[in-house]
Design a protein around this ligand. Structure first.
Ligand SMILES: [Zn+2]
Length: 852
């Protein structure tokens, strides 16, 4: 992002105090969208009240044709490339009219345009968070300046055109039609939305009759591009949507405020989904081509319910500025899992949260870039980077802990008061705490200081003393945490549970669960005395947020018997504990690999298997000393081959093991015959050779040098779709001999967002090691220029050299560190990403050394 595009907190805060937006009318002419035209005409009429004489509008346009303020023309030089400076604003009401030409995007920001290789059809959609509405029309781009938007869109008459509100009129003129949509309720500019194109649509509705006799009906529409319609599973989308609307209607106590509810699945999307009121956009990966696992379906459920929660938390009541981003994201993230668990058939949502989502938080919270959940956000570039594991997943985990402290009923009662008090406005953390406080005796301000204004995870451990017969004689739990930013010791109030498992003839059995209130450094658990426990697990049931350590006895028992532990959530938690010991360099990575080899084949839950299998690949590829890797991959190959052969037909376990054969095959020749057989359709009974599996196998076989362009072309011929083409990019880039070309495509070729992701995925499989390290360091000087932040960031992350704990690796890491030290004036957002990557690399080196 060029400096010119940045907006600071101070200037937006002042503008927010000065202005009140009355209305926007936005007219977009998209009639040439299906041609080669690179721009579209955008006309905005904005009416606002001001208490001061000057302000500015935000706009990123190719060309500004005219600007008038209260009927008088404004000189062309008022437009700076990102702002329209307005010097003659009157105190009271003003009207500005801006006519401009804005660009279609291929990087997912603003108005994205996509042409389907399958049928040549053009699809448009918008994505504006945090500040890309200004790429479509002139606006006051900050969340607390809400306006009522009326959109009028001229587009081919046979297209589907949708916006936040329903269409109220259409005027056809030959092959084009101008559709006008109802004015929105007060809305922040980052929440406006539009889709246009030959989208396929399926309709349904949700209705409710409440206890007080009131009724409401909401029209539901699910949409996707035409070739994906057969995969849309609209029944399941609607089932989730209805479950969510019913849950939120009851618990939030504020009727759904946005009229209709459209869900649209769009190609080339940068993020998972976006909570535009009345028109929620999702990435197309949430439509499954071929069979999907429960894990994939749970993820989809979670994201549907996450976005829907935002329609209250974020859209109805909006954080005043990006420093309260967590206020909407943490809450929505928690709701996504909680409502999936409680109101849908996806009852492994808490497992996915504990074993998957929270690791994003633990990882981010250990980085030098960690920040309090309530972060200070000085400007937009910083805002764009805080859509991270702290803001989403740690925040959600902390709110789950808050529910454990004050109770779910109090939590939702506070939420109801919050919505009632701030509907259609904006709010801060103090507004939320103020709404919750009357519903509990706990001091929430102190609670917030401990949980929301500190950084780094607490480390939770237990001291266990056992008698000769294995019975516990004393059990106490401890917490410790050094805030990585302030350097201070942090003690937090934890509500948690501790569980004991003992070894019986059939494996591990639960012997006790005790609640623990830990408010100081330590707490005794007297009721555990006399119980048998060969494995003691803190944070059973996953109520709190903290890294759990296992005592040495528990660790050994886990490595030998973990797959027999009967509770999925607790078994997942033990795996997470083993993983964190490995990441933190407290046990050699070989111990984690051994645990996987011993326990994964009998792991009964495919979700846990999928997550742990990702970890074991990192353990071998990054944390194990280089000399031990080949033997470890060979061991993984044997495990995957046997487990696939023995997996129940048609099960998620079978699908997951097939994926793992494909993934492990890229690291070892041992699995090449297995991968070739699967790719040729020789699959075990019950296993579907989906396009996705076929592409994974293809990438692995290309990586091993067994397949080349001809085979990739053959697979592509069978799947010549958008997804097929991006998968082919990955497969080709997986070849070690393609690295030079991949590098050039990534750096000089200016790929689309999807192509960039695909190329980077292939790049990682190709295993470039240090071969491009010099060019990487040079790239850091220029990567930020002329690229949007998301694209630049992905390059810095994805191309970072894989360093090992040897002289060459250390030299490369030192050079990158030197670049960091010598360039204090480089963009702060770039520096943050580089610093994080250096930290990941140092962690890998420490882990490798702990294995020696
Ligand atoms: Zn969200």
């Amino acid at each position: 992002m060029a400096a010119d595009l940045n907006l600071t907190w101070q200037e937006c805060d002042a503008r927010g105090d000065q202005l009140e937006v009355v209305s926007y009318r936005v007219e977009l002419d998209l009639r040439e969208a299906a041609s080669e035209a690179t721009t579209f005409v955008s006309r905005t009429i904005v009416v606002f009240d001001s208490t001061g004489p000057s302000t500015w509008l935000d706009l990123v346009a190719d060309e500004v044709a005219s600007i008038t303020l209260n009927g008088a023309p404004v000189a062309a030089d008022a437009y700076t490339g990102a702002r329209i400076l307005l010097h003659d604003v009157v105190v009271g009401q003003n009207t500005v009219v801006v006519e401009a030409r804005c660009s279609y995007s291929r990087t997912g920001e603003g108005l994205h345009r996509f042409t389907d290789p399958q049928d040549g059809a053009t699809y448009l959609y918008t994505h504006c968070e945090p500040t890309d509405a200004r790429r479509i029309f002139a606006c006051f781009e900050q969340p607390d300046l809400k306006g009522r938007f009326t959109f009028a869109v001229t587009a081919p008459a046979d297209w589907v055109v949708r916006s936040n509100q329903p269409e109220i009129s259409a005027v056809q003129d030959g092959a084009v039609s101008t559709r006008t949509f109802a004015p929105t309720p007060p809305l922040s500019s980052y929440l406006i939305a539009l889709v246009a194109g030959p989208y396929a649509t399926v309709e349904d509705e949700w209705s409710i009759t409440r206890d007080d006799g009131s009724t409401q009906t909401v029209a539901l529409t699910a949409m996707c591009r035409r070739p994906m319609l057969e995969h849309m599973e609209s029944d399941e989308i609607f089932e989730l949507t209805k479950a969510g609307l019913s849950f939120y209607d009851k618990e939030f106590g504020f009727p759904y405020p946005w009229g209709k509810y459209d869900s649209v699945f769009v190609p080339e999307y940068n993020i998972g989904a976006m909570e535009n009121p009345g028109l929620v956009t999702f990435k197309e990966d949430y439509l499954f081509r071929g069979g999907a696992t429960t894990m994939q379906r749970t993820s989809r459920s979670e994201v549907v319910l996450h976005e829907m929660a935002h329609l209250w938390f974020g859209d109805l009541v909006t954080p005043k500025w990006w420093d309260d981003l967590w206020l909407k994201e943490s809450f929505a993230d928690l709701m996504g899992y909680q409502v999936s668990q409680e109101a849908t058939r996806f009852d492994q949502a808490w497992l996915q949260f504990a074993s998957g989502r929270k690791l994003w938080a633990y990882t981010g919270d250990q980085l030098p870039s960690t920040h309090p959940v309530i972060a200070r956000i000085d400007d937009l570039e910083a805002a764009a980077q805080n859509f991270d594991g702290i803001t989403y997943s740690k925040g959600a985990a902390v709110l789950r802990q808050l529910q454990a402290l004050i109770g779910t009923e109090a939590f939702f009662a506070g939420a109801r008061d919050y919505f009632a008090a701030h509907a259609f406005g904006s709010a801060t953390i103090n507004d939320l705490l103020g709404a919750l406080q009357p519903h509990t005796d706990h001091d929430l301000w102190r609670w917030a200081d401990a949980w929301l204004r500190t950084t780094s995870p607490s480390v939770l451990s237990a001291s266990v003393e056992r008698a000769g017969d294995g019975r516990i004689t004393s059990l106490s739990v401890h917490q410790e945490c050094t805030d990585r930013i302030s350097g201070e010791q942090v003690i937090r109030p934890h509500q948690l549970a501790i569980a004991g498992y003992s070894l019986g003839s059939a494996g591990l059995e639960k012997s006790f669960v005790e609640p623990v209130t830990l408010t100081g450094e330590s707490a005794e658990v007297p009721d555990a005395a006399g119980r048998r426990a060969d494995l003691v697990l803190l944070n059973a049931g996953d109520l709190t947020y903290g890294i759990v350590r296992l005592d040495e006895t528990s660790r050994q028992v886990a490595a030998a018997h973990l797959s027999t532990l009967p509770d999925d959530l607790d078994r997942g938690a033990v795996w997470t504990a083993l993983w964190n010991l490995t990441r933190d360099g407290l046990q050699p990575a070989a111990r984690f690999v051994d645990a996987f080899v011993a326990q994964a084949p009998s792991e009964p839950n495919a979700m846990i298997l999928r997550i742990v299998a990702g970890q074991v690949q990192t353990a071998v590829g990054r944390y194990l000393p280089a000399a031990e890797r080949d033997a470890a991959y060979a061991a993984l190959a044997g495990v995957a081959r046997n487990a696939l052969a023995g997996a129940p037909a048609g099960s998620d376990l079978q699908r997951t093991w097939a994926e793992l054969v494909a993934e492990f095959a890229s690291h070892t020749d041992e699995l090449v015959p297995d991968a070739q057989a699967l790719a040729a359709g020789e699959v075990p009974d019950g296993l579907e050779l989906t396009d996705s599996l076929r592409w994974r196998l293809t990438a692995a076989l290309v990586r091993r040098g067994v397949w080349g362009d001809a085979e990739v072309e053959q697979v592509l011929a069978d799947d010549d779709t958008l997804i097929g083409r991006t998968s082919a990019l990955t497969a080709r880039a997986a070849s070690p001999v393609a690295q030079e070309q991949t590098w050039r495509e990534l750096i000089d070729g200016r790929p689309t967002n999807d192509a960039q992701r695909a190329l980077l995925a292939g790049w990682a499989i190709s295993d470039p090691g240090l071969a491009f390290a010099d060019r990487y360091v040079e790239l850091l000087d220029t990567v930020w220029d002329g690229r949007v932040q998301t694209m630049a960031q992905r390059l810095v992350t994805g191309l970072f050299p894989d360093v090992d704990a040897d002289d060459d690796g250390r030299a490369v890491l030192a050079r990158i560190q030197a670049w960091y030290d010598d360039n204090p004036g480089s963009p702060a957002a770039l520096r943050r990403v580089v610093l994080e990557q250096i930290d990941h690399a140092q962690r890998a080196l420490r882990a490798q050394e702990s294995g020696r």
